[in-house]
Design a protein around this ligand. Structure first.
Ligand code: PLP
Length: 410
């Protein structure tokens, strides 16, 4: 998003124009930004065969999937439904990694039938998989290296109490199952959490995977998951992808030499590709002065953007309608009957009833975590592509709320 002489704009189209045309609340995504993010990350790993598998749970609109497919991305999916959306968007099954947790074995069988790359994160599932397929279907194994990335327990999934992956200490047990059932392990995977701040921490995890790799002779790829931290506010410490990229490329090359084969290096970025490409536009319904603060109440809330309430996440907010107004302090709140504060004590250009606010970093885990709580309708989605704003999801309507309900005789 940039501030131009015509106001805030995305990909050359003003947000005010988009709000007027498509109404609010509306999610707006910048295709150019997504493409730029993809190439920035990919280029950070020059020197090895790197593949980015977009973790599509961040934002699953099929147009975004297609956009990334066109750039050469694969997909990381955590449910059979996500995988089917990926197939619908045109991804080949062998470009889609299926990384579920706690799903039924039937779902894994369905994924095999679709031809997806299977990632297994539980010993008993591995055993069932081996009994069912032997060496006819390869699989990847998700390991938990017990590396703590970042300090937020909501989004750290590599630590000791995590439900994800098979413990790195259980590699001998994995090996016994793999040998006994003649399983073809073609990849090793780790996803330590959502915040890689420190190359050293990350490389320690990588080292553990290299060590584990010695137990598997047929590997084709190593998948280091995600954890690329993006900027949500000024001063945020973010992952320096070029620094980390150079270090990982060096260590990966050394590993491949040792292993005796050039493997592919995979990552599964979600946030990094789409977070900063999204703006969520809402309208101000009320400006309410209380004894302690001024509330700007908007036509949205935790039903549309859950991250501030669920993770205490900061999302930057600007007043699109009054970019030159005097700055004042507001708490921006939603219309849901919970304390759904989207932003505490924010300095905004003077807010008037009817103004459009843009909530930043709304590309990742925005729409995809939205709900119909309070029987509110989910917002529309717009993609700015080639200098033009395209509607890519209709706003829901009341029929949608009633569609699956069955009225019985009462
Ligand atoms: C959520 C998830 C990701 C993406 O995480 P981001 O923080 O959005 O980059 C990658 N891999 C797996 C297995 C995930 O569950």
């Amino acid at each position: 998003m940039e501030l131009t002489k015509d106001g805030y704009a995305v990909g050359g189209v003003t947000l005010q124009g988009i709000a007027k045309k498509f109404e609010t609340p509306v999610y707006v995504y910048d295709a150019d930004q997504i493409i730029a993010n993809y190439h920035e990350l990919k280029n950070a790993f020059t020197g090895v065969e790197v593949k980015l598998k977009y973790a599509c749970k961040a934002l699953t609109n099929i147009n975004v999937l297609k956009l990334l497919k066109n750039e050469g991305a694969g997909l990381d999916t955590v449910s059979i439904e996500e995988a089917k959306l990926g197939l619908h968007a045109g991804f080949e099954p062998n470009e889609i990694l299926f990384t579920p947790n706690s799903v039924s074995f039937e779902e894994i069988k369905e994924a095999v039938k679709l031809g997806l790359i299977i990632n297994i994160d539980e010993l008993s599932i591995l055993e069932r998989f081996g009994n069912e397929y032997g060496n006819t279907v390869p699989c990847c194994i998700r390991l938990n290296p017990h590396i703590m990335a970042g300090g937020n327990t909501h989004i750290s999934v590599g630590h000791i109490d995590s439900k994800f992956g098979i413990s790195i200490y259980q590699v001998p047990h994995i090996k016994r199952i793999v040998d006994a059932l003649n399983i073809n392990v073609n990849g090793l995977h780790m996803h330590t959490g959502s915040d890689i701040l420190d190359a050293e921490v990350f490389l320690r995890g990588a080292q553990l995977l290299y060590e584990a790799a010695k137990s598997f002779a047929n590997l084709e790829f190593m998948d280091f998951g995600s954890g690329f931290k993006v900027k949500y506010k000024e001063g945020d410490i973010t992952t320096d992808v070029n620094d980390i990229g150079a270090k990982i490329v060096d260590s990966f090359k050394a590993f491949c030499k040792d292993y005796g084969k050039n493997l592919e290096l995979w990552f599964e970025p979600g946030k990094y590709l789409v977070s900063n490409a999204g703006q969520f536009l809402v309208s101000v319904n009320v400006v309410k002065q209380t004894t302690s603060t001024v509330f700007a109440g908007v036509n949205s809330g935790q039903n549309h953007l859950l991250r501030p309430m669920m993770y205490d996440a900061y999302h930057h907010i600007v007043n699109v309608s009054n970019p030159k107004g005097t700055e004042r302090i507001y708490s921006v709140v939603g219309y849901i009957c919970e304390s759904d504060t989207l932003g505490y004590d924010r300095r905004l250009n003077e807010v008037r009833v009817g103004d459009i606010l843009a909530i930043g970093n709304a590309g990742a885990y925005g729409f995809s975590m939205s709900s119909n709580y309070n029987s509110r309708l989910r917002p529309a989605e717009v993609l700015v592509y080639n200098g033009k704003a395209h509607l890519i999801r209709k706003r829901e309507n009341l029929e949608y709320l009633l569609e699956n309900q069955i009225e019985i005789e009462l």
